[in-house]
Write a protein that binds this ligand. Structure first.
Ligand SMILES: Cc1cc2nc3c(=O)[nH]c(=O)nc-3n(C[C@H](O)[C@H](O)[C@H](O)COP(=O)(O)OP(=O)(O)OC[C@H]3O[C@@H](n4cnc5c(N)ncnc54)[C@H](O)[C@@H]3O)c2cc1C
Length: 399
């Protein structure tokens, strides 16, 4: 679908494709089994310059936007969904700095992220605050020119290996709208400890763990943007920019599953024929490929809306997130079906796609929450539909 992309994006996609085929594909199942961070893959991504794609040129980046990020995530995920998020989570962690950091914070952190020297994570969720992100309890109390952070962050993707972490905490418990602030924490700060690391269904090469903050002292220069009370807004602005990346991970996973299923269908014979000659298998393949194409179009168009700063970008980011990730779940499940019994086995490649796809429907806001976001925006926009009012008959008893 090159026609949807400019030359610049095609170049990024091809660069990512080369690394993905050379380094990611041959190692994906090894790291899935080991559940270990693939340092050699991360090194290859950094050497190819991929870690700098979304970072502005003045901070050592390549000056790409969310669309460039998406085409890279898609290609990596086509070979390994875990590698897709291992890469994209650095964008999630650094978007708060991009959207709200002071110039000093940008100068301090972004060049090291762009070069791949430092990894970053994003810590919003807690044990009792997932969908209800405003319900976090992690606190940051002012003490002179420092803040003292206490609490536990849950499911911090990349956290166990990250050098930096964007952490959300309560700075004003008495406020409803200005309760939260974000902090840029460094792993060697006193009171910053990696806790329990999860044993996961999919995306197993990237560690997801708890982060324990015990009287972690952060100088006020670590407060994102230098002003307290804007944490919730910064989190939502970040998620608008990051959700197309999750959707791109889903498109990549789904495309990879279509690739494997199509090849397998031409090779596997039953009743003396390749199974690709049976119409019901053809229908599955055709539907899978069509759904992926539709999801990709929506992801690219949402990414363009975000890059353009469109007023309704929140709605489009949510739409593409839930649509593409639902497609990934359907398509990867059907790909296992095309493989038949072999699809269920760990020594075949396809079950990993299905396991990796599931998380895309859950993190960065579940697909139920995304539908709520879309519906709320539609309802807000309903005032624009007043020209239709006269065509809806008013019931007799209300006249
Ligand atoms: C592998 C993994 C990695 C993650 N990485 C990160 C990370 O890096 N940083 C981070 O901050 N967080 C991360 N998360 C957390 C993730 O964003 C949350 O899991 C997600 O937002 C859902 O929260 P929850 O798990 O608490 O589910 P809950 O909020 O308990 O939801 C449970 C179910 O109820 C539904 N539900 C909840 N509220 C509503 C409602 N109002 N209307 C309709 N349905 C509703 C949900 O859709 C879901 O189906 C990660 C999670 C996982 C599993």
């Amino acid at each position: 679908m090159d026609h949807l992309l400019a030359d610049r994006q095609i170049e990024w996609r091809d660069r990512a494709r080369e690394v993905a085929r050379r380094v990611v594909l041959p190692n994906a199942w090894k790291y899935d089994r080991l559940q270990e961070y693939p340092w050699e893959i991360k090194q290859a991504l950094a050497e190819a310059g991929l870690m700098k794609v979304w970072i502005p040129k003045e901070y050592g980046g390549a000056g790409g936007g969310v669309l460039e990020l998406c085409v890279v995530v898609e290609e990596l995920s086509r070979c390994c969904g875990g590698t897709g998020v291992l890469f994209a989570v650095n964008a999630l962690g650094s978007f708060p700095i991009l959207v709200a950091g002071t110039d000093e914070q940008k100068q301090k952190y972004l060049p090291a992220i762009a070069s791949g020297e430092k990894l970053i994570a994003f810590g919003l969720s807690e044990k009792n605050a997932g969908s209800d992100a405003g319900g976090i309890t992690c606190s940051a109390e002012r003490d002179g020119d420092h803040y003292v952070l206490n609490g536990t962050k849950k499911w911090n993707t990349n956290g166990p290996v990250a050098d930096l972490n964007t952490i959300f905490a309560i700075t004003d418990p008495s406020s409803r709208s200005r309760r939260l602030s974000a902090f840029l924490l460094e792993k060697d700060m006193d009171g910053y400890e990696v806790g329990y690391i999860e044993d996961k269904m999919g995306i197993r090469c990237v560690p997801v763990g708890e982060l324990d903050l015990k009287d972690c002292r952060a100088h006020e220069s670590h407060l994102l943007g230098g002003k307290p009370g804007l944490g919730f807004k910064h989190a939502m602005m970040t998620l608008d920019r990051a959700r197309p990346g999750v959707a791109a991970q889903a498109v990549g996973l789904a495309q990879g599953a279509v690739d494997f299923a199509t090849l397998y269908a031409t090779q596997r014979k039953q009743f003396g024929e390749p199974i690709s000659s049976f119409q019901m298998v053809q229908k599955m393949l055709a539907d899978m490929a069509t759904k992926v194409a539709a999801a990709r179009s929506l992801v690219y168009s949402a990414a363009k809306a975000v890059d353009a700063g469109a007023r309704d970008m929140t709605k489009y980011a949510a739409m593409c997130k839930y649509y593409a990730t639902d497609v990934a779940m359907e398509v990867t499940t059907d790909a296992v079906q095309v493989f038949g019994g072999n699809g269920y086995m760990r020594n075949y490649p396809i079950e990993k796609y299905m396991r990796d796809a599931k998380i895309t429907q859950i993190y960065e806001g579940t697909n139920q929450i995304q539908r709520m976001v879309v519906a709320r925006n539609l309802i807000k926009e309903a005032t624009r539909l007043s020209h239709l009012e006269e065509f809806i008959p008013v019931p007799e008893h209300l006249r």
